[in-house]
Structures are given as structure tokens and as C-alpha cells.
Design a binder for this molecule. Structure first.
Ligand code: ASP
Length: 334
């Protein structure tokens, strides 16, 4: 296992830090925090936002909202929208790589400080899946809408349908068709999800997750990203986690819920992410060398963690005026 110890760089040392307007002592994590179900005391400088991958524009947008006193829910939604609108990013929103039939289908979910959540699966022709997920949460009695129903709901809420398959993504798909002969390939490259977690000045947590899913997947395939507990989970008393990578593996281990529950039991965000990854790689006959999964997490204290299978994973973190990409530590057992 290769350890880059990046979290040491990112974690806090024993100094007093500003939380909102108050100074608290963070010299030592109180042992009470380790007890099951207890609420950790705040020690980090708030607000804070973290996201999967290298998405500094998205975290900057979220931080702009948080610094202005906005809430974490608005921050994660608006942050994710930046990447959904970015046609150059071929893993979310407009420009996302299609399924093997050339259809761009989006999955997204969002969760607030009260444990409310909304999700869309297999959404077509609407760029801002994350905002539709929020509308599902706020304007329907449901948690999840799929396919044509999700699209019709989005249109009824004022979203404009559009073609999401850009020329660049169409070209990539046509090239894939020739090379792969219509066979969906599970590998380390064909994916990426934007997952974002934020704590606002009040110390409240929200999270969001948006993706076009696995590139060239089978028609109808849905991954972990819209599934609360798998792709994303928020517990405002404990913390939050979000996943990226091969959704099938995340779903099988209910990954994000697992990370949050491990934090509830006293693990740090880093330890919890590592344990969730170990549940995947240590399965009998796990073929983990063939796929990628990564988690990021934040606890109520504002401590963060990130861990993945293989080294190609990073987290963007914006805190204390610094918006930086942090290379994730990763599992690399041979
Ligand atoms: N988790 C997403 C899915 O399985 C894809 C990804 O993150 O790359 O659909």
C-alpha cells in the first residue's frame, strides 16, 4: 500500500482556529467524539468545500456562495452546475460521453442537512441534472424520478430540453464503436463523477453528485451516483461522503453510507474512506486492478479524507482562501 500522507498536509494541527466568528480549541480530539453517535465538536475553519477530481471552478463557485453567507445546499448545487455546463468535461452534464447506443443519460442526487434528498436517473436532454434532483427533493413527494418521467418533470419545472451529445463526444463514441465492437468495457478510464460536499458558516452539511455515468454503458444502465447511500450520503450530525468510479462496486458495498457510518463509529474521514475501499478490494476474487473507485469525505469537524483504488484520483478542496487539488492516497497492494 502506497501512502502519500497527503492528509497530513491537509489536516489540522493543535492550534486554535476560527469557526464562524468563534475560536475553539482543537489541540486534541476529545475522546467523547469517538463514541458511537456522538457529535464531534467543530475544529476546522469554516466554510469548506471539497469535490472529486480537479474542479477548481466548481469549488470556487461553491465557496463564493458560502463566503457570502449562503447555505451548503445552494453551494453544492451551484458548484456542480459549473461542471455540468462545461462541455469539455466528458463525464457530466452537457458533453458527457453517451451509452453504447449514443444516448447521453445523466444520473444525479442531492442531500441536505435535514436528510432530505432527491435524485434523477437516466435523465436525457437536460443539462443540469443536479438542479432537477433538487426540484424532485423540494417539489415532489418522491425521492427519485427516472427516464421520461424525470425529463417531463424537468420540463414542467422550466428546464429547457437540448441535445447533450457534443461533436467531441460523438466523435469519441464513433471511435469507440469501431474499436470496442459494442462491448461495454469496465476499465479505469471510462468514467468520472463530480461529487461535492460543503459545510457552511453555520456548520451545516450538504452534498451533491452528478454524472453521465460509465461511458459506453449498456442502454438503461444506472450506476451509484443517483442512489442515496451509495453515490452520496449526508448526516448533518456526523459528516458526508461521495463516491466516484465503477458504480456497480460502490452499490454492492453501499459505499457512501458506509463511510459515514464508519465516521459515526469514531473513524476519521481518511480512515473511513480507506476502510470502505478495503471492503471492495478485499472481497474474495476481487478484480480491483481492472477498475477505479474513489471516495471523499468530510466530518462535522471539517476534517477531510480521500482514498481510491489506483493513483489516478484527486480531490479539490477550498478552505481558508486556498482552492487546491490534493492528490489522493490510494490502495496499491500488489
Ligand atoms: N460512478 C459513476 C457510475 O458508475 C461513474 C463515475 O464516477 O465515473 O455511473
Amino acid at each position: 500500500m502506497k501512502r502519500r500522507n497527503f492528509i497530513k498536509k491537509a489536516s489540522l494541527t493543535g492550534v486554535g482556529l476560527t469557526v464562524g466568528s468563534s475560536i475553539v480549541n482543537c489541540a486534541e480530539t476529545p475522546s467523547e467524539d469517538k463514541k458511537l453517535g456522538t457529535v464531534p465538536s467543530a475544529i476546522a475553519s469554516l466554510p469548506i468545500v471539497i469535490a472529486t477530481w480537479h474542479v477548481k471552478d466548481a469549488t470556487a463557485k461553491a465557496m463564493e456562495i458560502l463566503q457570502a453567507g449562503g447555505n451548503a445546499l445552494d453551494a453544492v448545487e451551484q458548484g456542480c452546475r459549473i461542471e455540468e455546463a462545461n462541455e469539455k468535461g466528458q463525464s457530466v452534464g452537457k458533453g458527457g460521453l453517451p451509452d453504447r447506443d449514443g444516448n447521453v443519460t445523466l444520473d444525479a442526487c442531492i442531500m441536505d442537512k435535514h436528510g432530505n434528498c432527491g435524485a434523477v436517473v437516466y435523465l436525457q436532454n437536460i443539462t443540469h441534472a443536479i438542479s432537477v434532483a433538487r426540484k424532485v427533493m423540494e417539489n415532489t413527494p418522491h425521492v427519485m424520478l427516472a427516464g421520461e418521467g424525470a425529463k417531463q418533470f424537468a420540463i414542467s419545472e422550466g428546464f429547457q430540453p437540448e441535445n447533450l451529445l457534443t461533436e467531441a463526444s460523438k466523435e469519441a463514441w464513433e471511435k469507440w464503436k469501431v474499436e470496442a465492437k459494442y462491448k461495454p468495457i469496465i476499465n479505469i478510464e471510462n468514467h468520472d463523477t463530480i461529487g461535492m460536499l460543503a459545510i457552511d458558516k453555520n456548520g451545516d452539511i450538504s452534498g451533491a453528485c452528478t454524472t453521465s455515468g460509465l461511458a459506453y454503458k449498456m442502454g438503461g444502465r444506472v450506476g451509484d451516483s443517483p442512489i442515496i447511500g451509495s453515490g452520496l450520503f449526508v448526516d448533518n450530525e456526523i459528516g458526508a461522503a461521495v463516491a466516484t468510479g465503477l458504480g456497480e462496486e460502490v452499490v454492492k458495498t453501499v459505499g457512501s453510507f458506509l463511510v459515514v457510518e464508519l465516521m459515526r463509529q469514531g473513524k476519521s474521514p481518511q480512515e473511513a474512506c480507506e476502510e470502505a475501499i478495503s471492503r471492495i478490494v478485499n472481497k474474495p476474487n476481487s478484480n480491483y486492478k481492472d477498475f477505479q473507485v474513489g471516495y471523499i469525505a468530510v466530518n462535522k469537524k471539517g476534517e477531510t479524507g480521500s482514498y481510491s483504488i489506483h493513483q489516478w484520483f484527486s480531490m479539490t478542496k477550498f478552505q481558508d482562501g486556498v482552492n487546491e487539488q490534493i492528490q489522493s492516497d490510494y490502495y496499491n497492494k500488489t
